[in-house]
Structure formats: C-alpha cells, structure tokens
Design a protein around this ligand. Structure first.
Ligand code: SF4
Ligand code: F3S
Length: 106
C-alpha cells in the first residue's frame, strides 16, 4: 500500500486524488489518508503530491512508520474524496514544517 505522511497535514493539496484509479483517498479536516485495503499500489499518486507526502509502505521513512497504522485507522472513519479541490489556505506556509501530527484534526 501507499501511505500519506506528516507533511500532508495542514496542506492537503489533493492533487493525489485526481490520479487515483480506485478512489481510495479519504478526507479529514486537514489531512488525507489512503485505505490500505483498496490501494492497488499503482504508484500514480506519489509524484503528484506537491508536498512529497506520499510514500510506498516499503520506502516509508522510519520516523513516519506510525502513519501506516494511522492511514488504516482514519480511512475507516473518513469519507472518500474523489475529486481534487483547493488546498488549505495556509498550505504554502505549512509545507515542510516538521512534526505536524500534533495539529491533526480528527
Ligand atoms: Fe491510489 Fe495508486 Fe496511490 Fe494507491 S498507489 S493511493 S491506488 S493512486
Ligand atoms: Fe496531501 Fe499531498 Fe494529497 S499534501 S492531499 S498527499 S497531494
């Protein structure tokens, strides 16, 4: 599966959504996650993210390992997002800020 990691939080560019062939992105207030049971590992979304926030499970950096479980958990609660929308208004300011998990809104 592919995994959405920390740098998506507070940015939520949603470019990833427009290329996913199986609509497996789920949307929360300030973060997107991938449903690991639906993702077909096509890898199309990874290069689309302006914030470089998407990684394959295999290449997930050690300090992002907890996002694997978080994507699985939150995808069960959040609705599918199938169409791209505007990023969050302060996306550019938040892009690259470290450890944004503390700002995650559920
Ligand atoms: Fe969707 Fe493919 Fe990305 Fe999985 S790897 S989330 S199927 S675009
Ligand atoms: Fe997030 Fe990147 Fe998609 S910031 S919403 S994973 S394009």
């Amino acid at each position: 599966t592919f995994v959405v990691t920390d740098n998506c939080i507070q940015c939520k560019y949603t470019d990833c959504v427009s290329v996913c062939p199986v609509d497996c992105f789920h949307e929360g207030p300030n973060f997107l996650v991938i449903d690991p049971e639906e993702c077909i590992d096509c890898a199309l979304c990874e290069p689309e993210c302006p914030a470089d926030a998407i990684s394959s499970e295999e290449e997930l950096p050690e300090d992002q390992a907890h996002f694997l479980e978080l994507n699985a958990e939150l995808s069960k609660n959040w609705p599918v997002i199938a169409e791209q929308k505007d990023p969050l208004s302060e996306a550019a300011e938040w892009d690259g800020v470290g450890n944004k998990l503390q700002h995650l809104q559920r």
